[in-house]
Design a protein around this ligand. Structure first.
Ligand code: DXP
Ligand SMILES: NCC(=O)COP(=O)(O)O
Length: 237
C-alpha cells in the first residue's frame, strides 16, 4: 500500500494572507485525516511564509496518523525537530530563498554531514528520509548516511509526464529498484497530481508514501477537500 500524506503548507499560505486564523491549519490537518489522509506533511521554511515553526509544535499532539516534517537541517530546523520529534523527518537541501524545493541532495558530497544528522534524529525515534533526484550514484551514497528512506523528487517526472510518460518515469524506476535492493524505503513527492499519480504508483512497486500539497489543495477548491483526498487515495490502490 502506498500511503497518502497531505502537505498542508498551502492552507497556511492562505491563512497568512490575512494574519488571522482562517483557514485553521490544525482543523485542516484533522479534516484531512478524517477524509482519509494517512499522514500530514509540513515544510516550514526559514521565512515562515506558510507553515510556521509554532504550527509544527501545535500539530504534533493533534496528528493521529504520521507527522512528516520536511526541511533543510539548519540549526533552527534541527532545534524544532529535536523538540517535536515527528514520526518522519525528510531532509531537503533547499536554499532559504528557494520558491519551492528544486533539487535533491548530493549525498556523495554531504554524506558525512547527513550521517551525523540522521543518526541523531533516529535516536529520537524519527524515521529519516532524504530528498533525492533519481540519480543512481546519489541513491548508492544515500545508504551510507544511515537514512531509512529516500524521497524521490518528482518534479522532472511530473513535467515530462504529458510529453512521454514512459521516458519520464524510467529514471525513477531505476532509482526505486536500486534503493529497495540496497534496503532503503521509498517515498516520492513534488508536483504529483490526479493526472500523473496513478502511473507513478503503478511503475514504482514498493512505493511506501507520497506527499502531495500544491495540486491537491488546488483541486480541493473545485472538488471539496473530502472528495479530493478520496480521489487521491483512489489513485494509490
Ligand atoms: C520537498 C518538497 O518537494 C515539498 O516540500 C515541496 O517543496 C513543498 O514545499 P512548498 O509548499 O514550500 O512549495
Ligand atoms: N514532499 C513533497 C510535498 O510535500 C508536496 O509537494 P507539492 O505537492 O506541494 O509539490
Amino acid at each position: 500500500m502506498t500511503k497518502l500524506s497531505v502537505n498542508i503548507n498551502k492552507i497556511a499560505t492562505l491563512r497568512n494572507a490575512r494574519g488571522h486564523n482562517r483557514p485553521d491549519v490544525l482543523q485542516a490537518a484533522r479534516d484531512c485525516e478524517r477524509f482519509g489522509a494517512q499522514g500530514i506533511t509540513v515544510h516550514p521554511r526559514p521565512d515562515e511564509r506558510h507553515i510556521r515553526y509554532q504550527d509544527v509544535r501545535d500539530l504534533k499532539p493533534i496528528v493521529t496518523t504520521e507527522l512528516n516534517v520536511e526541511g533543510n537541517p539548519t540549526p533552527d530546523f534541527l532545534d524544532l525537530v529535536r523538540e517535536v520529534r515527528p514520526e518522519q523527518v525528510t531532509l531537503v537541501p533547499d536554499a532559504p530563498d528557494a520558491i519551492t524545493s528544486n533539487a535533491g541532495w548530493d549525498t556523495v558530497r554531504h554524506q558525512q554531514q547527513l550521517m551525523g544528522i540522521v543518526q541523531e534524529l533516529k535516536s529520537y525515534g524519527c524515521r529519516v528520509s532524504i530528498f533525492l533526484d533519481p540519480d543512481l550514484d546519489m541513491v548508492k551514497a544515500a545508504v551510507g548516511t544511515g537514512a531509512d528512506r529516500i524521497e524521490l523528487y518528482t518534479e522532472a517526472y511530473a513535467s515530462g509526464y504529458h510529453h512521454n510518460r514512459e521516458a519520464a518515469v524510467a529514471p525513477y524506476r531505476a532509482a526505486a529498484e536500486l534503493a529497495q535492493q540496497l534496503g532503503l524505503g521509498l517515498n516520492a513527492g513534488h508536483d504529483l497530481d490526479l493526472d500523473n499519480l496513478a502511473y507513478l504508483k503503478q511503475q514504482l512497486p514498493g512505493l511506501a508514501e507520497v506527499s502531495i500539497g500544491h495540486a491537491l489543495i488546488c483541486d480541493a477548491l473545485y472538488l471539496g477537500l473530502e472528495n479530493t483526498v478520496q480521489l487521491y487515495r483512489r489513485q494509490l490502490v
